[in-house]
Structure formats: structure tokens, C-alpha cells
Design a protein around this ligand. Sequence first.
Ligand SMILES: Cc1cc2nc3c(=O)[nH]c(=O)nc-3n(C[C@H](O)[C@H](O)[C@H](O)COP(=O)(O)OP(=O)(O)OC[C@H]3O[C@@H](n4cnc5c(N)ncnc54)[C@H](O)[C@@H]3O)c2cc1C
Length: 383
Amino acid sequence: MDKDVLIVGCGLCGSVIARELAEKGLQVQIWERRNHIGGNMYDYTDEHGILVQKYGPHAFHTKEKYLCEYICHYGEWHPYKLTCGAMFDNKYTPTPFNFTTIDTFYPKESATKLKEKLLNAFEGQSTATVLEVLQHPDPDIRGYAEFLFQKDYAPYTAKQWGISLSEIDPSVLKRVPLRFSYDEGYFDDPYQEMPVNSFDAFFKSLLDHPNISIKLEQDALEFLTVSSSGTELFLDGKSISFPVIYTGTLDELFGCCAGRLPYRSLRFDWKYEEKESLQEVPVVAYPQAPGYTRITEYKKLPYQDVRGTSYAVEYPLPYQLEQETEPYYPVLTEESKQQYMVYRGMAEKIPNLIPCGRLADFQYYDMDQALKRALEVLDSLQI
Ligand SMILES: Cc1cc2nc3c(=O)[nH]c(=O)nc-3n(C[C@H](O)[C@H](O)[C@H](O)COP(=O)(O)OP(=O)(O)OC[C@H]3O[C@@H](n4cnc5c(N)ncnc54)[C@H](O)[C@@H]3O)c2cc1C
């Protein structure tokens, strides 16, 4: 290869690193196994003229101004607050659950009493985690969290992770907020943005540099191997010493020699209807529905003035390499974390291999975390 650096994967991490290295004057080659750039943030206009996101709904949000500024430097962005909801017992409520939820599911008098109790019990707080509310001594307050746990969180989590209801530990709710107001909006972060045109336009702008070349439908693992000593990378059977930034799964790179890392995958059932609107907000969870967890209606993410509506029904399923499923969410258990550390140890023995990104790090990253990680890796590079 006549380039200075090889980057495996053209998602956010690979693309940010490519751009920064290109700005430094390095010649960068990206190999992407899919037929498009953008990784899981990829979007496109479907046959009905509606911009849809192929791998599920994405909205950028962060607490860090510099990350927001970085992303907004490429392509056009505008502030956008994602709103989400849930449907159960045939009723719709915004999520995170708020006072509208209480008004929807409780008779008027009990609703008023419960809201007052919550405001008193959590005075000065606009939110608390569901776990905190579940552990509250007041039976009415605790009962509210138990109701939500049974109707929503437990059945949703069971489907999402493919486990039985009895296996669900309420500690999974330690970061899930409940609001003590009528405020809506899925995220609380101060910076929330969406591309004006598309994520694809953002990536085109980010990758638009004469020092970057991209090969699509190029699976690095067909060319890239690890030497039998485990200390070198080979390309087409020859040892290479230039840096390889690797954003794919680490177990695959090492031939799954320490077993497969577990991931949860998703199947999207795409539908179109000649109606103005399908559901109240772009993303709605259906905890009681058979098999699927949520539906994303893309004309509302953000609003598009188009006829009809395209939506994706999301079915979680296990990830299996040979069944053309995609690894979306790492299944993080003590065992899988240890297994990952075995692969990480192997990667550390190869000086020019730099793992980065949600797959190579075996972490769930939001976009801002993936961006932050890419910038940190760049800082640590000796090139
Ligand atoms: C359903 C869903 C919804 C999400 N919603 C949000 C949201 O609303 N807000 C938010 O902030 N974040 C969201 N995220 C997270 C977001 O998608 C990630 O943070 C981001 O895409 C991570 O970028 P990455 O570069 O690490 O990985 P990826 O986007 O997965 O990029 C890795 C790329 O490497 C390629 N690759 C892998 N192996 C090889 C190989 N052997 N050869 C060549 N190429 C290879 C892959 O094809 C892929 O394109 C969501 C994620 C999912 C799954």
C-alpha cells in the first residue's frame, strides 16, 4: 500500500481520525466493508423521497461544547431536541416518563396526590433515577416506579436483551431518569443537534480532503492478518509497519481464537404507509408488542414535509456472524469483559495496531463518546 496510514472502518471514529491525519499531511487510506460511508450513522433517501437512517434513529447530543463545535464544523447542523414516547395499555406517554405519564395512567385525584408527593420527596430535583424512586419508603411513590417497571422497563429490557422477565435486575434502571415536571425531550444535554441535510452530507464534508482515499466493499479481514508470533500485522501475507487504525471487532481480527464476543443485533422491518402520521413522535417504544421494541417514523426525525410515512419496526436478536446480522450492542457481562481483555492484550502486542471505536473497544458509545474517543486516540498517536 502506498499510503502512510490504513484505517479500517468508515464510521465516525475512522472518519474523524482520517480527517485529522490528512490535515497533518499524511496520506490516508480507508477500507470499509459496507457499500457506504458513515458507519451506523448512515442515512439515505428511500424510494418514497423520505430521508431514513439505515441502522436506527440517531440524534447528536453532548454535554461538551468542544465536541458539538467539532461536529458542527463539517456540513450544516441545527439544534434539534429529540422527543420519544412509549405505548402501553393502549395509551401513549412521553419518555422519559413525566407528569403527563401520571395524568395518563392515574385517576385525577390520585395523580394530583402523587405529583405533590414526588415534588416534596425530591424537592429541588427535576429528575431522579427510576431505581431511586423504586427504593423510596413512601408506598405511593414506590408504587409508581413499580408500575412503570412492570409495564415498560421490564418487558422492554427482556426483549432488548433476549432474557426472561425474572432475570431482569432493577439495577439496570440506575441511570434511567424520571421527570418531576411536564418537560419533554429525550436527552437533557445542553448541546443537541441534527444535520440540516443528512448524516451522509456530514460525512462527505468530513472526508472531503485530497489526502483521504476510500475503498468501499473492502473487508480488511480478507487482506489483513496477524502473524503467528502475534506481534506483527500482515497485509497480503507481507509484514507491514505503518499504523493501522482498526475500528472493527477485535475477536474477528484474531480469528475468534478466544471465542466470539457477544453482541445484540437488530432487524429493521421497513414499512411505508400513505398516511400523514403513524405515531405521536419520531421514536416510540412498544413494550407490550410481540417481538419488536420500538418504531421510528423518519419524517419526524426531524420533520420532513412529504407525502406518506416510512418507518422501521425494530426487532432485537442475537448477533451471529454467519447470518448477516450486524453487531450493534456489546453484551457486557463480567465474562464478556474478561474475554475482551484477552483480545485487548493480544492487540497490545502489535505496536502498529491501534484499536478504536465502539466495536474495537467493545463499548456502547454515543456519537459524542465515539468522537471523544477518536480525538483521544489521535492525541496518543506518535505520528
Ligand atoms: C440503533 C442505534 C441507535 C443509536 N442512536 C444514537 C443516538 O441517537 N445518539 C448517539 O449519540 N448515538 C447513537 N448511537 C451510537 C452511534 O451509532 C455510535 O456512537 C457511532 O456510530 C460509533 O461510531 P464508530 O466509528 O465507533 O462505529 P461504526 O459506526 O460501527 O463504524 C465502524 C465501521 O467499521 C466497518 N468495519 C468493521 N469491520 C470492518 C472490516 N473488517 N473491514 C472494513 N470495514 C469494517 C463497519 O462496517 C462500520 O462501518 C446509536 C447506535 C445504534 C446501534
